[in-house]
Design a protein around this ligand. Sequence first.
Ligand code: G
Ligand code: G
Ligand code: MN
Ligand code: NA
Length: 253
Amino acid sequence: LAVEQELRKALERNEFCLHYQPQLDCKTNQVVGVEALLRWRHPEWGMVSPAEFIPLAEETGLIVPIGEWVLRTACQQNKAWAEAGYPSLRIAVNLSARQFQQENLVGMIKQVLQETQMQPQFLELEITESAVMQNATRFIGILHELKNLGIWLSIDDFGTGYSSLSYLRDFPINRLKIDRSFVNDITENEDAVIAKSIIAMAHSLQMNVLAEGVENEVQLAFLREQQCDEMQGYYCSKPLPAEQLEEWMQQSG
Ligand code: G
Ligand code: G
Ligand code: MN
Ligand code: NA
């Protein structure tokens, strides 16, 4: 309960910030996007992990205003990078299932794009399979509206949720993000077969595919061999505050 009370005040007290993790093209090693990841710096508790407070934010509905803050902040940052002359980066924002229950999710997203003058084709929204399946009929309409705005739609943690493959046929999904649990031992046994199959399936469905949690050269070599499009993980960089990501881009660029 103490956590809930503190979480309620965190927005107005400006305790949230975003860290950004680069996403690289597997062929060229160029940064093509970043994923925005929420961080909560509590004045007494220090950094609180999203794994701890996101579930509470979802239960209490606080994820709705927090999610709007995340989207606005990410879009403002993307615009700032574009204006500072960095190459055009796609920016990925995580959406909770709970946010799809909010009255006017599409209207809110349109307004943020309008306000920040960000081009929709540079925005990617990440959704989990379990979220998609919770209310598939409501989802499909919203996803088509978002897709029609030009926004990219991705399935996060692909392969780990309770899901049905039928949504890959029925929903306008642009890409699959292979969950890092398959990437960890990607050259071995079942994980190798699963990863290969996800990449092949994504490409057959005209989707882009990204591997999460890439931590070493061996995993990367396998992904290149299998023609995976993009990679994200500690091998390239952990999630970084905006200024540190800028330094990272200057060094690696
Ligand atoms: O960044 P980290 O690995 O600690 O994130 C832990 C979990 O929190 C991940 O599953 C991630 O998707 C989720 N998460 C991080 N930022 C956000 C956010 O802005 N919104 C939502 N809904 N989830 C987030
Ligand atoms: O669920 P989602 O994919 O949004 O979660 C992203 C989280 O994964 C981030 O919070 C980030 O801290 C974590 N992460 C990113 N790269 C790596 C990695 O290479 N290894 C591990 N173990 N975690 C990672
Ligand atoms: Mn994600
Ligand atoms: Na993930």
